[in-house]
Each structure stands twice: as C-alpha cells, then as structure tokens.
Design a protein around this ligand. Sequence first.
Ligand code: SF4
Length: 195
Amino acid sequence: MAKSIPLLLHACCAPCSLEPVRLLLEEGFDPHICWTNPNIQPMDEHDRRLGELRRWCAATGIELIEADEDFERWERGVAPIGARDRERRCRACYAMRLARACDVAVERGFQHVGTTLAVSPYQLFDTCNSVLEQLCLSHGLTPVIRDFRPWYPEATRRSRELGMYRQNYCGCRFSAAEAALDRARLRDERRARKG
Ligand code: SF4
C-alpha cells in the first residue's frame, strides 16, 4: 500500500474539519491539524471552538498542533479595516493565520499545507486560496487546494449528529454583526413573503 503524504491542515473549528479530513484521507494524505486563529472573538468563543476541536482530535487520533496566536497583531493588522471592506479584511485575516500555519509546516518538516476554510460557503473561497498559494510559494511549500464546499451540508449533518458545538458566525466581531444582520434581513424577507 502506498505511504500516505503528511499534510498540515489549518483548521478553523471542529465541524469544518470533518469532511476535509475524511476526503483528504481518502486521497492518500495524512492530515495533522494546526490551530492558529487569533481572529475568534470573544475569548470564550475562541476557547469553546478550540475545546471542541481538541475533543474531536483526541477521539479520532488526529494530531492537533496548537500554534501560538498573536491577538494583538490581529487587532493592529486586521481590525482597523473593519466592516467597510470585507474582502480586504478577510484577506489580511487569512494571511495572518495561514502564514503562521506555513511557518509551523516548515518548522515541523511538512511539505503540503491546506485549510478547512475551503469547506464553508460563507468564506471568500478564491481570496483564501490565492493567499494560501502565495504563502506556500514564499515558504517553499505545496498548497493543497480543494473545493470542499459541496460537502458543507454533510459537514453540517455530521456535526449535528455528533453533538458538536456549531457557531453561527465566522469569528471576528465584525462577522458576528454581519451574520446577525443577514439573519434579520432573511427573517424580514420571509415575513414579507408571507404578507
Ligand atoms: S469574517 Fe472571518 S475571515 Fe473575515 S476577518 Fe472576520 S474572522 Fe477573519
């Protein structure tokens, strides 16, 4: 049997890890999860998502690498962009997290790097991939870019079945406000349709 290929998989949370890990294993990779998400606010929420990921990794036997997180740097480098330009804000946020994941990959001898962000239809897929591609190029690494979005409903189903904690916003305070506005808009549209 062919030897599996070690892969450092940056993960944003446990529910979003389910399907990428399954599919990458099927492809012949050996995923090791790397957590580095200084974007998640408030801290209770950050710890809750990390706690869920710890439980799942321990239960499935997948290595979880907890890299350091520079919360102040995120506040200085990403937060000032604020709500006025989501693409630029998220690009800076992806770059900070994925750069740390690439550093960890180099330090630990991984050649291949991917991210579970590629499963969520709420992420900026092309922006995230171009950031990962550029960072891998500058670190001498190989990006593993896959479109996992068709498996998002299955990730939702499986995470519910497993009783996992599931958040309803991306991570930062801006995304929490944007998600709340979206939910309010959808609720108003539903009410308007009912007359
Ligand atoms: S919406 Fe998500 S990716 Fe974008 S800046 Fe906020 S936490 Fe980062």
